[in-house]
Design a protein around this ligand. Structure first.
Ligand code: ATP
Ligand code: MG
Length: 332
């Protein structure tokens, strides 16, 4: 079975009685990948993930995990997946060790050595006698990961594992995911914040308004997009919108003042192909050289916005994300 993709998603549609919230979602995740499932709030990440985790039946389409259909064989699928919900509740008034022993018992995992092993792997052995209620958010998150590892699943499905964590706890989760990958696990994790994931993912799927914009291994997406651009200058991203320009570059600008107003000042300016507001300011996609950057900063300062930082977006993942979605973020 190991030559089939770990996860194969084909033509998923779903609605909750109203308009479709998933529209023909398809992607593959190869064995051993860490797949970042990225999209804004309400894009359809949790809906897709709940279908993968056998908790929701799609209106149409199919999902196979390690070659098994999630709708036809949910019991078998559950044995090989570990699922962590977003904002999952957690029993608080027992110790860390009791918590894990409780779930080991529920999963009929006899050996206490398994509990020792997951405590060790998630680096919470020293916390085993503490009450769950006394753990930090990051420690609780690692405990949740420990819980879903008890039955040694091949595939981990994590909905927003890094949200609400401080930067240090996020790095610890990232390191843990890397370690799990080196043990041969396949991991899908969702986020609406790209930078949470940028340096741990080996492949990525970007979803917007229920549709996949782009999906695949990071290096092949970059090549695929560049090829699409060079062979068909009128190529459009899935979901419509203007054709992204893959020769464009992206700068991240931190600024004082209203980012949406600053974005409105820049939209349509010379060389600017996209402006997106972020927590700290703007992500600006542009075509040009250093002079173009100086002009953008000059324009903002001239309009009364204090610019406190400018940096190029470097990672391939950031570039793909911003260029694939760059025209959808700001006011127009
Ligand atoms: N149980 C439900 N009943 C009705 N509509 C729902 C339900 N669950 C989700 N939706 C709608 O489906 C769409 C997709 O929601 P979903 O939770 O999958 O998004 P998401 O990408 O996980 O967002 P977030 O980043 O906020 O977690 C949204 O428009 C949401 O309002
Ligand atoms: Mg969600």
């Amino acid at each position: 079975m190991s030559d089939c993709p770990a996860i194969r998603v084909r033509h998923l549609w779903h609605n909750f009685g109203g308009p479709p919230v998933l529209r023909d979602v398809s992607f593959d995740i190869n064995q051993g990948e860490i797949f970042g499932f990225i999209g804004p709030n309400g894009a359809g990440k949790t809906t897709t993930i709940r279908i993968l985790a056998t908790l929701l039946e799609p209106a149409a389409g199919r999902v196979e995990i390690d070659g098994m259909d999630v709708t036809m064989a949910p019991e078998e699928v559950r044995r090989i997946i570990g699922y962590m919900a977003d904002h999952a509740g957690i029993y608080e008034r027992i110790s860390v060790r009791e918590y894990l022993e409780f779930f080991a018992d529920a999963y009929r995992i006899p050996a206490l050595s398994v509990v020792e092993a997951v405590l060790e792997l998630t680096d919470i052995t020293s916390l085993q006698d503490q009450l769950v209620a006394t753990l930090s958010k990051g420690q609780k998150q690692r405990l949740q990961v420990a819980r879903i590892l008890l039955h040694d699943p091949k595939v981990l499905i994590l909905d927003e594992p890094a949200s609400d964590l401080d930067p240090r706890a996020r790095i610890e989760i990232r390191d843990l995911l890397g370690e799990l990958q080196s043990l041969g696990k396949t991991i899908i994790l969702s986020s609406h914040i790209l930078s949470e994931l940028a340096d741990v993912c080996t492949s990525v799927g970007i979803i917007e308004r229920g549709q996949i914009v782009v999906a695949g291994p990071i290096d092949s997406i970059a090549a695929q997009l560049a090829h699409r651009q060079s062979t068909d200058p009128h190529a459009h991203a899935a979901g419509g919108g203007p054709a992204p320009n893959y020769n464009a570059r992206v700068i991240q600008v931190r600024l004082l003042g209203d980012a949406a107003q600053a974005a409105a000042q820049l939209q349509g300016g010379p060389g600017i192909t996209g402006v997106r507001t972020t927590a700290h300011g703007l992500d600006i996609t542009y075509v040009g050289d250093e002079t173009a950057v100086a002009n953008i900063v000059g324009h903002l300062v001239h309009r009364g916005f204090g610019v406190t930082g400018v940096q190029q977006a470097h990672s391939d993942l950031e570039r793909i994300f911003l260029q694939a979605t760059g025209n959808n973020g700001g006011p127009s």
